[in-house]
Design a binder for this molecule. Structure first.
Ligand SMILES: CC(C)(COP(=O)(O)OP(=O)(O)OC[C@H]1O[C@@H](n2cnc3c(N)ncnc32)[C@H](O)[C@@H]1OP(=O)(O)O)[C@@H](O)C(=O)NCCC(=O)NCCS
Length: 219
C-alpha cells in the first residue's frame, strides 16, 4: 500500500481521497496551517505543510480545483516531491491513451471519465466525474474539466482553462482545432461552438462572452 499526500482539505480533496482509496492506497491530507488542522474532522491522516520535509516515501497529488492555486502549489514543490497521476479504476481509455497519460504527472482522472485516443494531456490537469474527451484533443497543463463536461474531438484547451459542469465543446477541425484560451472559463451547461479568447468567461447555448477576467473556484 502506497501513502499518497493530498494537498488541500476541501470537498474536492476528499473526493481525491476516494480515488486514492479505490486504488488501494492510503490518503494523507496536507493542510496549510494550524487553524485548518484544528478544524480537521475527517477520519484519514492529516499533516501540516510545514512538516512535509520530515516525511519519507510519500507521493503527492494536489486536490485543489482552482487552476491557479494548483499551479502555485505545483511550482513551489515540483522539484522537491514526486507528484503521481491518480486514475480512478473505472476511467476508460482508447488505444495507447492510458500510456500517454502515464508519461505525465499530477493528473487526476475521476470515476467514469472516458478518453478516446490521440489526446495530449498536460501535467496537473483534472478530469472530474464522468467527463469525456474525444480524439486528437490537446489539453495543456493545469486545466480543469468539471463533472459531466464533454470535450469533442480536435479541441485545444489552453493552460488553466476551466470547463464547467455539463458544458459541451463541439468538435474542431483536423487542420484547425477549436481553441479555448488560457485561463478562459466556460460556465456550467454552456455549449461552445467557436474559439473562446483567453481570460474571459463564457456562458449559454451557444456560448457567448459574459465578461473578461478570471473566476476563482470555491471549495
Ligand atoms: C459562469 C460562471 C463562472 C459565472 O460566474 P460569475 O462571474 O460569478 O457570474 P454571476 O453568478 O455573477 O452571473 C452573472 C450572470 O450570468 C448568468 N450565469 C451565470 N452562470 C451561468 C451559466 N452557467 N449559464 C448561463 N448563465 C449563467 C447569471 O444568471 C447572471 O445573469 P444576470 O446578470 O442576467 O442575472 C458560473 O456561474 C459557473 O457556471 N461556474 C461553473 C460552476 C461549475 O461548473 N463548477 C464545477 C464544480 S466541480
Amino acid at each position: 500500500m502506497r501513502r499518497i499526500g493530498i494537498f488541500g482539505s476541501s470537498g474536492f480533496a476528499r473526493e481525491v481521497a476516494d480515488i486514492v482509496t479505490a486504488l488501494g492506497h492510503k490518503p494523507l491530507f496536507v493542510v496549510r496551517d494550524r487553524i485548518e488542522l484544528e478544524r480537521w474532522s475527517w477520519p484519514d491522516d492529516v499533516v501540516l505543510e510545514s512538516e512535509l520535509q520530515s516525511l519519507d516515501s510519500t507521493e503527492f497529488t494536489i486536490g485543489v480545483g482552482d487552476n491557479r492555486v494548483r499551479e502555485r502549489i505545483a511550482t513551489r514543490y515540483a522539484n522537491e516531491f514526486h507528484f503521481c497521476n491518480l486514475i480512478h479504476p473505472s476511467a476508460t481509455f482508447g488505444v495507447r491513451q492510458r500510456e500517454a497519460i502515464d508519461a505525465q504527472r499530477g493528473i487526476i482522472v475521476c470515476s467514469g471519465v472516458r478518453f478516446t485516443n490521440g489526446i495530449e494531456v498536460g501535467d496537473f490537469s483534472i478530469f472530474n466525474l464522468n467527463a469525456t474527451v474525444g480524439h486528437d484533443c490537446t489539453i495543456e497543463a493545469f486545466v480543469n474539466v468539471s463533472p459531466g463536461a464533454s470535450i469533442s474531438g480536435n479541441v485545444h484547451l489552453a493552460r488553466r482553462a476551466w470547463i464547467g459542469t455539463g458544458a459541451t465543446v463541439i468538435q474542431g477541425k483536423t487542420d484547425r482545432k477549436l481553441r479555448i484560451g488560457e485561463d478562459a472559463t466556460i460556465g456550467a451547461g454552456a455549449v461552445v461552438t467557436r474559439d473562446c479568447v483567453a481570460a474571459a468567461v463564457y456562458v449559454g447555448v451557444p456560448a457567448r462572452k459574459l465578461r473578461d477576467g478570471f473566476v476563482t473556484m470555491g471549495s
